[in-house]
Design a protein around this ligand. Structure first.
Ligand code: CP3
Length: 339
């Protein structure tokens, strides 16, 4: 069971003996243990097989003694039962993107217990095998809508922006459906054992502050206000220009990318949130002296903020040297331990 409550204590505003650390995308291709499993099964099969998803979730915990586990899955897994055909090649590709009001109409809200039982089974299995809190996650409504409408990643996001500006009624209906599905999906993860949930708004940063406020923020707010019985961390990449809105969110933690110092982020946010971040994942390709210097800088920038969870500013990159990941985790723990 949960012997190590550091991350929960930080999110609850308690004093802790050192800074907790975990990594976005901590299970994945940079680990040979992961690649070995992926030789045998496709990525989606891995997500849909609870025993394997559990095994992969545990791999980085065993290798680096992290302070939290994160469910192994993908933000796009719950859009399949909504009626979207999904493939990973390894980047996601959707054969039938949502492009018009009829497409939006056809989408069904998710029933997680019926349609995503393998995720909830994975959550229960992982819970039985860890001593740290389990983080569940989902894509934020806008980021999921981006994939559903674009059909893949995108450079200029013209399809979603066109839907938003030319057909706002259809856009809002899509956002309502995705928000309701995401709420049900996250609440089911919580009900099955996740004590923290992270909401990934990877693509929010493509918008102007005014479009973020009109088209995105209200749905994040609704989602955060509906969820019960877990700590929520909202991670929006490239979002410092939205902080006037984001600071009204009723969540405990906020993920911060590397484009702003944590103390400056805390100032803009009235020091309202525990901040999570914010090492540039590319720094892990440097030598260990450089990594140590960057960690020292982040720790010192975080010293007066409400609370700090050490993490990267975005997901770990596939070719990251494993020995540097181990070095980083050990170094954060050693440097932040009460002197
Ligand atoms: O953190 C963890 O260990 C949990 C696992 C996790 C994955 N994806 C596994 C994955 C999490 C939290 C995600 C979130 C995710 N997925 C996001 C939001 C966070 C972010 O990075 O911005 C997004 C945008 C996606 C969509 C996605 N999934 C993309 C763009 C890709 C392809 C690019 C890539 O990194 O390969 C994926 C595939 C994916 N999701 C892989 C993994 C381990 C690689 C699949 C493989 O094994 O080939």
């Amino acid at each position: 069971m949960e012997n190590n409550r550091l991350i929960l204590d930080v999110l609850e505003g308690k004093d802790v003996e050192r800074t907790p650390v975990w990594l976005m995308r901590q299970a994945g291709r940079y680990m040979s243990e992961y690649r070995k499993i992926r030789e045998k099964v496709s990525f989606l099969e891995l997500c849909k097989t609870p025993e394997l998803a559990c095994e992969v979730t545990l791999q980085p915990l065993k290798a680096f003694k992290l302070d939290a586990a994160i469910l192994f899955s993908d933000i796009l897994v719950p859009i399949e039962p909504m009626g979207v055909d999904l493939e990973f090649t390894p980047a996601p590709v959707i054969a039938n993107p949502v492009r018009n009001p009829q497409d939006v109409q056809r989408l069904k809200p998710v029933d997680p217990e019926e349609e995503l039982p393998f995720v909830l089974e994975a959550v229960r299995l992982i819970k039985d095998n860890i001593e740290v809190p389990l983080i569940g996650f989902a894509g934020a409504p806008f980021t999921l809508a981006c994939y559903m409408v674009e059909g893949s990643g995108s450079k200029n996001f013209l399809e979603i922006k066109t839907l938003m500006h030319k057909n706002p009624d259809a856009f809002f209906e899509l956002m309502e459906k995705v928000t309701e599905s995401t709420y049900r999906y996250l609440q089911a993860q919580i009900n099955n054992g996740c004590s923290i949930v992270q909401v990934f708004d990877t693509w929010a940063g493509i918008l102007s502050p005014s479009d973020y406020k009109t088209f995105v923020y209200p749905f994040v707010e609704k989602l955060v206000n509906k969820l019960e019985n877990a700590h929520i961390i909202y991670f929006a990449k490239d979002s410092t220009t939205f902080y006037k809105d984001i600071k009204k969110l009723n969540c405990a933690g906020l993920g911060v990318d590397w484009k702003i110092a944590l103390n400056d982020a805390a100032d803009l946010l009235d020091n309202k949130f525990v901040l999570q971040g914010n090492l540039d994942p590319a720094v892990l390709f440097a030598d260990q002296k450089t990594i140590a210097d960057e960690i020292d800088r982040i720790i010192s920038e975080a010293k007066d903020i409400k609370g700090h969870i050490f993490n990267l500013g975005h997901g770990i990159l596939p070719k990251t040297p494993v020995e540097n990941v181990k070095f980083m985790v050990d170094y954060v723990k050693e440097k932040t331990a009460d002197a």
